[in-house]
Design a protein around this ligand. Structure first.
Ligand SMILES: C[S@@+](CC[C@H](N)C(=O)[O-])C[C@H]1O[C@@H](n2cnc3c(N)ncnc32)[C@H](O)[C@@H]1O
Length: 376
């Protein structure tokens, strides 16, 4: 029996699309498009700021190609690009101090990512590296980072933020929850095994793509030595709303059961294990592993303003931006796009009301791991 549930989900069309457009490989883990993710991804951008020192070190140490070719940097799991601009500007400034050659930045994400928004951002946003620096070119590749995405030995510098904790498929979920992001959840131990395999695969692909002496920085959510992620409760409220929707008949039981948010927050031990193994350990070196807690920017804004409704709206918009594509794909194929949108609006509307009534329940203290990796 296949471990993953993706095939079942993949047969569902995504919202707004005709069922004839559904295909076997359709992912359900892209972010909300049209700028919605970028407007509501402060938590991810706050996390990325923890990695700036390591990224500067990576850009100052990465071996550069000889000859006339460009310097290639890849942003793995870019989404629509806004959060990549600040870190990429740091990386490019650092590379520029070393070498005047053109730099090619490849943004990589899944095929269903909103690339129109990505290109608008990287070519039109005033703070984009293409506006801040001369001789820097942006392009995109729409393929899973669990597959090869760049030619062998072509990448000088890799960057991946808040992406590699998304798994390659939909893991078994507990019957009463829409995810199992740590081993403390009912199906967590099985998901951990899948996450181990995915991490090995992710690193193995990058080992192929990095040039000898290349550098990569990967930032992702993790659990601390007590097994706490600090954000494993963020979907509890959404889960409760969905269960109420099933009870009231607004959605069907199987639509709730179809929904899984496929993330897993690996431990220090699981993140470091591949570097000690004989296959990857001979190719990649873990140069630094920094661990920290991200200050919750949504909660801190609430503390400063005292505006509970604004906090509930910002929390709900953040959750919606990373869960709505999964949610919409789990709804029945026969539902019209308008119906799906109305169902989603009702679900996230109820979530917002619940957060207004109990804001402290959704405060987060995300444990974050940042790894600086070198290719030998
Ligand atoms: C939370 S967003 C992070 C986006 C951005 N890096 C940031 O820091 O805001 C996670 C991204 O990882 C992407 N992602 C998830 N699984 C992926 C895969 N297998 N291959 C490529 N990208 C993937 C999603 O599509 C999404 O755009």
């Amino acid at each position: 029996m296949s471990f993953w549930r993706n095939a079942a989900l993949a047969s569902q069309p995504t919202p707004g699309e005709d069922s004839s457009m559904a295909n076997e490989r359709r992912p359900t883990t892209v972010m909300a498009g049209g700028g919605e993710y970028d407007r509501n991804a402060k938590v991810q951008s706050e996390a990325a700021s923890l990695a700036i020192r390591l990224l500067r070190r990576a850009a100052s140490e990465a071996a550069l190609p000889s000859g006339d070719g460009p310097i290639v940097a890849v942003d793995y799991g870019s989404a629509t690009g806004r959060n990549s601009l600040a870190p990429l500007n740091v990386a490019i400034e650092t590379l520029r101090m070393r070498d005047p050659r053109p730099i090619l930045v490849i943004h990589e994400d899944q095929p269903d990512n909103d690339y129109r928004s990505l290109f608008d951002t990287i070519y039109n946003a005033p703070e984009s590296y293409t506006r801040q620096h001369q001789g820097v070119f942006g392009c995109a590749i729409g393929r899973s980072f669990y597959d090869p995405v760049a030619p062998p030995a072509s990448v000088c510098l890799g960057w991946s933020s808040a992406a590699a904790h998304w798994l390659s498929g939909a893991p078994p979920r507990p019957s009463d929850h829409l995810w199992a992001p740590t081993v403390r959840f009912a199906t967590g131990p099985a998901v951990r095994e899948a996450a181990r395999r995915d991490w090995h695969q992710f690193l193995s692909r990058r080992a192929d793509e990095l040039r000898s002496g290349g550098r990569m920085v990967v930032l992702l959510a993790t659990v601390d030595d007590e097994g706490v992620a600090g954000g494993e409760h963020v979907l509890d409220g959404l889960n409760r709303v969905l269960q109420r929707q099933v009870a009231s008949g607004a959605i069907c039981g199987h639509e709730y059961e179809n929904l899984v948010v496929p993330m897993f927050f690996r431990s220090r031990e699981d993140l470091e294990a591949p570097f000690a193994g004989s296959d990857l350990g001979d190719r990649l070196t873990l140069l630094e592993h920094c661990r920290g807690i991200v200050p919750d920017p949504l909660w801190n804004a609430f503390v400063a303003s005292g505006e509970v409704n604004a906090f509930a709206a910002s929390f709900t918009a953040w959750v919606r931006a990373f869960t709505a594509p999964c949610l919409l794909a789990s709804l029945d194929a026969q539902r019209s796009p308008e119906d799906r949108r109305a169902v989603a609006d009702a679900i996230y509307g109820e979530l917002e009301t619940d957060v207004q009534n109990a804001p402290a329940e959704v405060r987060c203290a995300w444990r974050i791991a940042t790894l600086l990796i070198g290719k030998q």
